[in-house]
Design a protein around this ligand. Structure first.
Ligand SMILES: [Zn+2]
Ligand SMILES: [Zn+2]
Length: 290
């Protein structure tokens, strides 16, 4: 499979005289196709009531916010990332081989794992810093407009955060001098993971389900407390920034991984022993009066 991918990469490279143009087009396509196709798959799940059991929160994000982020997917794919790729090429070309022999399977796997580990560490610290009360409102608050995640939230950022996100993403490839064919796989891996984490679903067959980033990140958005990591829970565990998340999950508050919904409290019977008529909407006035 990797050999077929490298053959495709070689054929695509041969289409471009300019290495820079190939760099820009290939990154833009890897990012845009992964972002739009993964988001479309998750949004399609909303059409199937049978998938509701995998949704982490019942409440949906406001429609206007959803539409704004949805448009952002196309803008990022068509403008933001191609511009980033163009601006970063002069820096990256000294570290990343665009032409030449393709790497072996073991080298590709080692480089991808290295990129994930470097990103996971840098993302945790940058993200945690962005939550510092002295700077949160200037940049990261934009991303937290989503209290309930949905796939387009994955790239709903303040422009300054878009730029900052390049650091954890590109640090691994530059550090390990990965081949450009591997860097493109890394784009696919990273974009898929971040869309999955913002999908609002906890799918048992997700490739990331073992480390449960979607549940951690859903809690991060709904409670705005801890869970700053991306791929792995290690840094949150090591610095106890997932304590509230673990306490929350211990209560079984979410129907995660398709588990049965928690049993609802039995209604108090009327004086004559009959059960009260269920109300579709919570009594808001009574709630306010408390
Ligand atoms: Zn955050
Ligand atoms: Zn997020």
């Amino acid at each position: 499979m990797l050999a077929a991918y490298h053959a495709l990469y070689g054929a695509a490279r041969a289409l471009f005289e300019s290495e820079r143009n190939f760099w820009v087009v290939a990154i833009s396509l890897a990012h845009g196709v992964t972002l739009l196709s993964t988001s479309a798959c998750f949004l399609a799940l909303d059409r199937f009531p049978s998938m509701d059991k995998y949704r982490l929160q019942d409440k949906r994000a406001p429609e206007a916010l959803f539409r704004q982020a949805f448009r952002g997917l196309f803008f990022n794919s068509a403008v933001t990332y191609p511009v980033f790729a163009l601006l970063l090429y002069p820096i990256a070309k000294g570290f990343v081989a665009v032409s030449g022999a393709a790497p072996s399977a073991s080298e590709t796997a080692a480089h991808l794992l290295g990129c994930i580990l470097v990103e996971d560490c840098l993302f945790y610290w940058i993200h945690r810093t962005l939550h510092h009360k002295s700077i949160y409102k200037y940049v990261h608050k934009t991303h937290h407009e989503f209290k309930q995640n949905v796939a387009p939230a994955a790239e709903h950022f303040h422009p300054a955060e878009d730029v900052m996100n390049v650091i954890p993403f590109l640090a691994g490839p530059l550090l390990f001098n990965v081949h450009f064919a591997t860097l493109l796989l890394w784009v696919v891996v990273r974009v898929h993971e971040i869309v999955d984490a913002h999908s609002g679903y906890g799918l048992p067959w997700s490739p990331w389900s073992y480390t449960r980033p979607s549940e951690r990140h859903e809690f991060h958005h709904s409670h705005n407390q801890g869970c700053y990591g991306s791929f792995f829970p290690f840094w949150d565990w090591a610095f106890s920034t997932d304590a509230q998340f673990r306490a929350f999950m211990a209560k079984g508050a979410w129907r995660t991984r398709g588990a049965a919904a928690p049993a609802k409290a039995r209604p108090t019977p009327n004086k004559d022993g009959s059960l009260p008529t269920p109300r579709r909407n919570p009594p808001r006035a009574a709630k306010k009066a408390q």
